[in-house]
Unconditional design. Structure first.
Length: 201
């Protein structure tokens, strides 16, 4: 049994904020009463979703993306029978995206595939750059930061546009997987540095 959540919204609009707020509040009461973990399934809107951020692919009200403690999206990969698993977590340690292949009757992990290579409408790669790819552009170790300028240069060498690099680093900073601080310069503005360890207190 894996019907999507809208099957519970008898006579209500899944795009209506009030309806979905009530739906999520009912789930909260269920959790409080039973002390159980509640998992529900939502579907994507019609059409190819590879051009959207994972949190925006779900059909219906934006409440679906803002209420859940953890969101797992399963999106078609450009390789047939493969799917990108992406995770958005409110309070838990971030989980890197990965790819699985449906090999009946099981799903098996494909370490050789990039989760950012989603299936596009023309059957080619969507061109979306995975967060893990952006993370690889940041050196390891707090003693080896990279300046924002050099970060964009390294990304450009990997055919990652500055726009995509900025989008990726923003998410990594929000997830506390990358940290930043400013280094004073003798002239001009302070230099922005990125690294994978929290800056010294």
């Amino acid at each position: 049994m894996h019907d999507p959540s809208y099957k519970l919204l008898v006579g209500q609009d899944e795009n209506a904020t009030s309806a979905i707020s009530s739906f999520c509040a009912a789930l909260d009461r269920l959790v409080e009463k039973t002390r159980a973990c509640v998992l529900y399934v939502a579907h994507f809107s019609k059409g190819n979703q590879s051009g959207k951020a994972s949190i925006d692919r779900t059909s219906g009200s934006g409440i679906f993306g803002r209420d859940a403690d953890t969101i797992i999206t399963v999106t078609e990969h450009q390789v047939p029978n493969c799917y990108s698993m992406e995770f958005i977590s409110r309070s838990f340690k971030p989980v890197p995206a990965f790819v699985v292949e449906f090999d009946y009757p099981l799903m098996k992990r494909r370490e050789d595939l990039d989760a950012g290579d989603l299936k596009a409408p023309n059957g080619k790669s969507s061109g979306i750059i995975s967060i893990e790819t952006i993370l690889e552009m940041i050196p390891d170790g707090e003693e080896n930061p990279i300046s924002q300028k050099d970060f964009f240069l390294v990304c450009a060498e990997e055919d990652i546009s500055e726009k995509k690099a900025r989008e990726g680093i923003k998410i990594l900073l929000q997830e506390n997987r990358v940290f930043t601080h400013n280094r004073a310069r003798a002239t001009g503005r302070a230099e922005i540095l990125y690294h994978k360890q929290p800056p010294p207190a």
